[in-house]
Structures are given as C-alpha cells and as structure tokens.
Design a protein around this ligand. Structure first.
Ligand code: C2E
Ligand code: CA
Ligand code: CA
Length: 701
C-alpha cells in the first residue's frame, strides 16, 4: 500500500480516511465493531460484524449491544463486557448459532478504549471465527482421549517420550517397571534399559525405526525383565514424539531357554544328551591335544535295567535313572562330563587324567556307588553297571571313535559277567559293537512294536482258490526301512529276543485274520512261522490256545509252520505239543521241506498237515532234472503220508504247470502274489478270485 489508488486519492481528506478505514475494515476476515459508553451504542461495525448479527453497517449504528446481537447473546456475554468496562482486555470463546442454524465457534476480543486517565470511553470488539481450528483441536482431543483409554486397556506398557524424555505412560508401564508414573515423568527412557541394550535402543530411537526389537529393562526392585519393544514416531507441530510399546516376554524367553536346553539335554535327568556330549567331547579333545592332556571316555550300561522297568513300571524306571544320574555326577569332578545317551546308557568323559589307572579308579568308584540299594517306591532295587573305557589319545583322536571303542569295551564287560569295567583292547573289533547296536535297536523295536506282518497267499493248483495266507514278519527299521525276517530272526534268536517277537506275530496274525473274516473275507487259515527255538522254549499249545481265545479266531483257521529241525528235537516234548495243537484243531506244516534231515520216521510219527517244498527245489524246475525228480518224490511221499503239498517260490507259469502235472496241491510264490501288507492283502482278497492256470499272467507285481 505504498501508493494509494487514484480513485481514493481524488476524494476529500476526511472522507478519504473514512472510506479507507471502511475498506480495510470490510476486507479483513475478522468481525469488528466499536461500542461507545455509557450505553454501549454501536459507533462502528464492519460489514462482517453487521451481517453476522443480521444488520447492515448503517442500520447497526446507534444500537446498543443488546439490540445489536440480541437478548440471549447479550446475557451470555455480559460478564465479559462488564470486565472490559472495568478496563480489562477480555478474550473468550463461545459457540454462536447462526440464523441459518449452523453452529460456529468464535473467539471474541473485547478491548477497552481509554481517553485520558478516566475509565474507558468505549470498547472495540474483534471477533474471529475459529470454527475450523476448534474442530481440528477437538478432534485431536478426542483422539488423545481414545488413545488414553486404549493405552489403559492394554497389558502392554506404553510410554510417550520426546527425545528420550518420558512425557507420559500408562498403568501397565507402572506395573512393568514398578515405578509410579510421577516418578518416571521427565526421566530418560534409556535409564530404564539395561546398560547392555542401551545402544540398541538408542540406535532404534535415533533412526526412528518402527521394527520390534528386544531389550531388557530393570525393574524398580532391581531385577531385569526381557521385553519386546516397538517404537512409533508421532509427527507433531511442536516436535515429534515417540510412542513406545513394551511387552513383557519373560514367559516366552523361559520357553525358548527351556527348548534350547532340551535340544542339548535329556529331559528326564537333565544331563547333556548325545549331541551335546559329542560337541563337548570334540572340544575337550581339541583342548587336551593342545595341553598334552589325556582323556577317558566311560561307556556305561545298566545291567537288567529292563527288568526294573518291566516289573516296577516306567515311573520307577525313570526314578532309578535320575538317581543313577545323581550318583554318577557325585563321583566325578565338575569339569568332567556326565551324559545320557538314552535308555539306560550313560557316558562319562574324564577331562584330565594322567594315567589309565585314574580312569580305572573312577570306574571302580562308579561301580561302588551303585552298590547301595535304590529305594524305589518302597521297593529296594539294586542295579549294576557294565563300564567300557577308552582313552585319548591311545584309542583314538576323534570323539565318535572314542565313543565306539568305549561302547565295544562295555559290550565285553557285559560278556564277561556284567557289573564290571573293561578297557578297550584292539581285539574288541567292530562286529561286537554292531551286534550290540543291533541288539539295542531290536530291543527298542520290541518295546515300541515296530513290526508289521505281510501276507502271502497259497492257492490251490486244482482250481486256483485261496487255501491259506502265510504271515511274514517285517521290522520297520528307523534307518533301514522295512527289514526282512532273514536279517533279524536268527539274530533275535541268538540274543534271546525271539519270544516277544513270536508272540506278537501270533497274536497279530490271528487278530488280523479274524478281522477279515468278520468282513466275510479270508475264510482260510493264516499260517504262522515258528522258529525251532521258540517251539522248544515255550509251551506253544497253551499259548496258541490263549491267543485263539483272546482273538476269537476258530482253531481251524490257524496253522503253524515248523522246520524239520523241530522234529529232530526232544522227541517226546515235540510229540506232546504237536498232539495238543492237533487236539485244539490247529494245523501244522513242515516248512522248507527237503533242506533238513527229517526222515520218513518223523513224518509218520507226528500229526502233520502240510509239507512245504523248499523254494530251492522249485527254482530250477522244469529245466533241472534232479530237482524235478526231488519235487516229484516229495509230492509222492506227501500223498502217501496223506499230507498236502505246497510248492514255495513259484515264479513262472512253467514251474506251476509242472507242479500241477506232478500232483502238487498248492503253490505259493510271486507268480500268484508277492507278500502283501495288510491293506494290499485286503484289496487282493476283495478282488474276484480267478483260477490259477498255466497261462495265468501272475497276480504279483
Ligand atoms: P519262509 O517261511 O520260507 O517264507 C517264504 C519266504 O520266501 C518269504 O521271505 C517270501 O517273501 C519268500 N518268497 C515267497 N514267494 C517267493 C518267490 O516266488 N520267489 C522268491 N524268491 N521268494 C519268495 P521272507 O518274508 O523274507 O521270509 C523269510 C523267512 O523268514 C521265512 O521263510 C521264514 O522262515 C522266516 N519268517 C518270516 N516270518 C517269520 C515269523 O513271523 N517268525 C519266524 N520265526 N520266522 C519268520
Ligand atoms: Ca514259512
Ligand atoms: Ca519256506
């Protein structure tokens, strides 16, 4: 406005001033008026003010305030006006309802006008419409209110800070830190964070990161609490502030710690597990190598632990293992390692010895410690350990080698009467260890029932009808998959483990057949193999009767397969058992016939039903004339003794055709079907049965 416009300049001076004043007054967004005392009559109003109150700038002149703004408004503002008239500058806000009904928020300034020393002669009124600002502010207020309610409702500690200085917090913050809010306001948020984590927290705050991170805070009582923290920067006019939400993660941390512990320890005894042992052992070997020290590895197996477990129950077994772990731990130095490999196997590593004698002394101490009775659930129990010892560096320089050597030595300790210790000797070769390992695995398989039965049909050569199903056991080995019986039955016999396996097979075969028969299938016998040893060791007839009772299978639907060796055993006992089985109605077959030394005498003497011609005679027929002659003779002999004959291992239509011509009664082999698992057998049984003929393509796969 350095140069007045020409139009204004042309006017008389007084008018110019008035006009200019009005021009300015009407141009500002505020509402303005001047009221003159004593009656507070309007002397001036800009257009906005006049219009706001429903007047023109002319019509409002001379009106009192009350007349100008109406009675209600006047009464509302009167106290403010009174204060102004006493000479005070007054500022207030109030709602104003427009003639249109719209509600506005206005800010009113009343400024007294003085002339000389006496009281005011009038008052300026200056009104700003602050509706927009007011709305914005009330929204902030509401959202702050919401925030407060929200932050009080949560269990997570919420703290507001500006540049690290705490400006507010919720109740959960008080609970988490132990400090009442007023004690923390104004303090640095970082002073609550454990020194170890301060730099992380600073970094997150400085960078404004909004990702969660973990720190520990220190409670008022001094203990540390792990928390997960998320910070959010809230932009604000007067400088950003940050909301930090902190969640107590003690429980999660404990769980994580427990999991980490269990990954390396045995849950029962809390001793290091195999993995942890091997890691520590390797570390000890490295250190011993550097320091020229010797180590000893003691492999310990409890003798007859299984008896305790079986007779007193798993709970007692667990108790015993824990107590054994204690006693072992007490016998060694804290730098030594006591670990449990699983089951009743423990390993102790002596981390600093000078001579083998020292290892022997410790082993003797362990044996001694086990001599006193374990009071298990009021039953006094004693166990003796067998201990094998290997030495570093004499027996090996690797952890796994030392462990294997100690294991082998332990096996020898067991062999030489149990309850003693043996040092590893080069002669204790790997096979002993393998045997031990396999025995261990087989015991485990028995304990967990890791066996399945497969079934192979025997069919009639006359009409192809199903005559029997042979049950063949398999071991579901954790590493080797399905293991066939040839790979473990003999071994099981030699380790005294055939009885539980045989019992399971008998029960499972009867149970399964009965289940199929309940579905109207497999109305033929199931045939179960019994090893000679089983037959000798057990009262088969009584056991079979019990299984039949238990499963509800009719005796005529069970057959047992015995090898010729059984017939050559203690003749009287075998005869009695076979007669008892016959009385029950259970069938008896002679398996692998032709490979043993059974004479015709045996065959005549015992009550038998079937002869199974060994596969070795079937394989090369019809080409091999000798085998054809043998098979012919067996079939003839069978007939003359009134025994039915079954040819095993029939794989080709030619073999089958010859067997039919020779008068053999039944075939079993891949040509008809491979042994099938229970599900496949069910499917096989459910198919329409087709006759076996010489040109049958074979139902096996
Ligand atoms: P096995 O009693 O002579 O059983 C027949 C064996 O010959 C089975 O082997 C079967 O898979 C196999 N086989 C059947 N048809 C053919 C064929 O056409 N060609 C050929 N190459 N092989 C055929 P698997 O199942 O491996 O059983 C081996 C042996 O293990 C059995 O010989 C039996 O003596 C024994 N065994 C099986 N299950 C048990 C059981 O539960 N208890 C006992 N004590 N011994 C069992
Ligand atoms: Ca058999
Ligand atoms: Ca056989």
């Amino acid at each position: 406005m350095s140069e007045p416009s020409t139009a204004t300049a042309a006017l008389p001076r007084a008018y110019q001033d008035d006009a200019l004043l009005r021009l300015i007054a009407d141009s500002v967004p505020a509402l303005m008026a001047y009221y003159e005392l004593p009656r507070l009559q309007c002397r001036f109003a800009n257009q906005g003010y006049a219009a706001y109150n429903g007047h023109s700038t002319q019509s409002i002149l001379g009106l009192t305030v009350e007349q100008a703004i109406g009675r209600r408004a006047w009464e509302a503002i009167r106290p403010h006006v009174d204060r102004c008239m006493r000479g005070e500058r007054v500022k207030y806000t109030r709602e104003q309802t427009l003639p249109s009904g719209e509600i506005r928020m206005i800010e009113v300034n009343l400024i007294p006008h003085f002339e000389g020393q006496a009281g005011p002669v009038g008052a300026f009124v200056l009104i700003n419409d602050i509706t927009e600002r007011w709305r914005a502010e009330s929204m902030v207020r509401q959202s702050e209110e919401r925030m407060r309610k929200f932050s009080e409702a949560t269990d997570e500690a919420i703290v507001f800070h500006r540049d690290g200085i705490i400006i507010d917090g919720n109740e959960a913050l008080t609970r988490l830190t132990g400090y009442p809010l007023h004690e923390v306001l104004g303090l640095s948020i970082f002073s609550f964070i454990h020194p170890e984590y301060r730099s992380i927290a600073l970094e997150y705050t400085r960078s404004g990161s909004e990702h969660p991170y973990e720190v520990a805070i220190t409670h008022k009582d001094g203990h540390n609490i792990p928390v997960e923290v998320v910070g959010k920067t809230m932009p604000q006019l007067h400088g950003d502030y940050r909301i930090v939400v902190a969640r107590d993660i003690s429980v999660r941390k404990k769980v994580e710690e427990r999991e980490a512990f269990l990954a390396l320890h045995d849950a029962l005894t809390e001793l290091p597990n195999r993995r942890h042992l091997m890691e520590q052992l390797e570390r000890q070997i490295a250190q011993a190598q550097q320091a020229n020290r010797h180590l000893a590895v003691l492999f310990i197996d409890l003798d007859h632990f299984k008896t305790v477990n079986d007779s007193l129950g798993h709970h007692a077994g667990d108790q015993l293992l824990c107590e054994v772990a204690h006693r072992f731990t007490r016998c060694v130095r804290s730098a030594d390692i006591v670990a449990r490999l699983g089951g009743d196997e423990f390993v102790i590593v002596l981390t600093d010895i000078h001579h083998a004698d020292e290892a022997a002394l410790v082993a003797d101490k362990l044996l001694q410690a086990m001599q006193s009775v374990f009071p298990l659930e009021h039953v006094p129990v004693t166990v003796s350990p067998s201990i094998g010892i290997s030495l570093f560096p004499e027996d090996g320089t690797r952890g796994d080698v030392l462990l294997r050597c100690a294991d082998a030595a332990m096996y020898h300790a067991k062999e030489s009467g149990r309850g003693n210790r043996q040092f590893f000797q080069p002669g204790m070769d790997g096979s002993a260890m393998q045997v031990l390992q396999q025995e261990r695995q087989l015991r485990e398989a028995i304990a967990t029932g890791a066996f399945v039965l497969h079934y192979q049909p025997q069919v009639s050569l006359h009409d192809g009808s199903l005559q029997a199903l042979e049950a063949l056991v398999r071991w579901q080995h954790p590493e080797r998959g399905l293991v066939g019986p040839d790979d473990f039955i003999g071994f099981a016999e030699s380790r005294g483990l055939i009885t539980p396996i045989g019992r399971w097979v008998m029960l499972e075969a009867c149970r399964q057949l009965k289940a199929w028969q309940d579905q109207g299938l497999a109305l033929v016998p199931v045939s179960v193999n019994l090893s000679a040893l089983e037959f000798r060791q057990r009262d088969m007839a009584t056991e079979v009767a019990a299984v039949l009772r238990q499963t509800g299978l009719e005796p005529r639907f069970l057959e047992v397969e015995l090898t010729e060796t059984v017939l050559m055993q203690d003749a009287e006992q075998v005869l009695l058992t076979l007669q008892a089985l016959r009385t029950l109605g259970v069938g008896v077959s002679i398996d692998d016939f032709g490979t043993g030394y059974s004479s015709l005498n045996y065959l005549k003497r015992y009550p038998l039903n079937k002869l199974k011609i060994d596969r070795s005679f079937v394989t090369d027929i019809p080409d091999n004339a000798d085998d054809v002659a043998i098979v012919t003779a067996i079939v003839q002999m069978g007939h003359s003794l009134q025994l039915r004959t079954v040819a095993e291992g029939v794989e080709t239509p030619a073999q089958q055709e010859l067997l039919r011509q020779l008068g053999c009664d039944m075939v079993q082999g891949f040509l008809v079907s491979r042994p099938l698992d229970a599900q496949q057998t069910l499917e096989w049984l459910s198919r329409p049965q087709s006759a076996v003929t010489s040109d049958a393509p074979g139902r096996g796969q």
